[in-house]
Write a protein that binds this ligand. Structure first.
Ligand code: ATP
Ligand code: FE
Length: 338
């Protein structure tokens, strides 16, 4: 079984090839054009996808050493994401599959992030989560605790009621006048700062739900006050600010996750999505593994942010169930995990 995966939900155009569950290639074209705007500009994203999709797919096939005639199916991200971005990948995938006379498979982007834990780079034995496991999905658009019962059966135990963790980091980074996306910049600065230097408001919200908009406001107002005293406050303290912000977010995320582990009794805990690239969060996972005996799963950096390998592996699972879609399957900007 050879699956071509295509991802175009936001600002990365990516294509990957998986043969019998083993990843052969994963090619991503990122879009630098958005940096100047401090965020993704949807129209520019669609245009860049349009330019990138054919060369990226071509590269992915070449690097995999696979011809298009060898493909068994084409899997594509159906949503959630930006409509204009999704449409490029969805339309390309449909046309490509139809021309080759092979099945098409629609993939939920969030399911893809979770199943990134099943990407194998070689035939060997791999330490992969066993069902059921818990997954903290933290990305630019989502912050959820998911009970993963099977590859195609996921229950969202809790989620953010406002901003996502990655969104909060990006916005705070923007307030500090740092670049976009803020995640990797905050991560780098945080490594040199004191996480206890400042404290920011934490949400009081029940169950397994999250909230990050209050933290963002608290960060903004605190900065404003401090800058009255010292106009160059940010420049003087950016490492401590980044470390304290990261620490607060990681604390909020881990607290609810600990509760979910306690209540479900499930000690296999995975983390996924762009924010799982964060070193503070990765360290917190390792500390929890040591302290509470969790068996943790942390993805390789390349499978944290958007990539087509996670779409291809999800497509591989669905292929085995003959879970194909028809050509009238639309793109959806909003899709949930049930
Ligand atoms: P979704 O998957 O919810 O639709 P998305 O696809 O835009 O959203 P991802 O690509 O999974 O999100 O993740 C992007 C987010 O990850 C951004 O907010 C980015 O700042 C954040 N991020 C990336 N690297 C790091 C890092 N090292 N530390 C913290 N955050 C990071
Ligand atoms: Fe994503």
């Amino acid at each position: 079984i050879v699956i071509l995966g295509i991802e175009s939900s936001c600002d990365d155009t990516s294509a990957a090839v998986i043969r019998n569950g083993v990843l052969l290639s994963n090619v991503t074209a990122s879009q630098a054009v958005h940096e100047a705007y401090g965020g993704v500009v949807p129209e520019l994203a669609s245009r860049a996808h349009q330019q990138n999709v054919v060369p990226v797919v071509d590269q992915a096939l070449k690097r995999a050493g696979v011809t298009k005639e060898e493909l068994s199916a084409v899997a594509f991200t159906r949503g959630p994401g930006l409509m204009g971005s999704l449409l490029v990948g969805v339309s390309f995938a449909k046309g490509f599959a139809r021309a080759l006379g092979i099945p098409m498979i629609e993939v939920n982007h969030l399911q893809g992030h979770v199943l990134a834990h099943f990407i194998k780079e070689d035939e060997g034995d791999h330490d992969q989560p066993e069902f059921p496991f818990l997954c903290l999905l933290v990305s630019g658009g989502n912050s959820q605790i998911i009970l993963v019962k099977a590859y195609n059966d996921m229950e969202v135990l809790g989620q953010t009621i406002d901003d996502a963790a990655g969104e909060a980091i990006d916005k705070c980074s923007k307030v500090m006048g740092l670049g976009y996306p803020g995640g990797p910049i905050i991560d780098r600065l945080a490594r040199q700062g004191n996480p206890q230097a400042y404290s920011f408001a934490k949400p009081h919200i029940g169950g397994y739900d999250y909230s990050f908009s209050g933290l963002k406001t608290s960060f903004l107002y605190s900065l404003r006050d401090w800058m009255k005293e010292d106009p160059d406050f940010i420049e003087h303290h950016k490492e401590d600010l980044a470390a304290s912000l990261e620490h607060t977010i990681v604390d909020i995320l881990m607290k609810k996750l600990r509760q979910a582990v306690k209540d479900t009794g499930i000690r296999q805990v995975a983390v996924a999505g762009g924010v799982s690239a964060n070193n503070g969060l990765r360290n917190a996972f390792r500390e929890h593994a040591d302290k509470y005996g969790w068996k943790i799963f942390i993805p390789k950096f390349s499978y944290t942010t958007d990539n087509a390998a996670m779409i291809a592996i999800t497509g591989y699972f669905k292929y085995q169930d003959k879970d194909f879609c028809t050509i009238d399957m639309p793109a959806y900007s909003r899709v949930t995990l049930k």
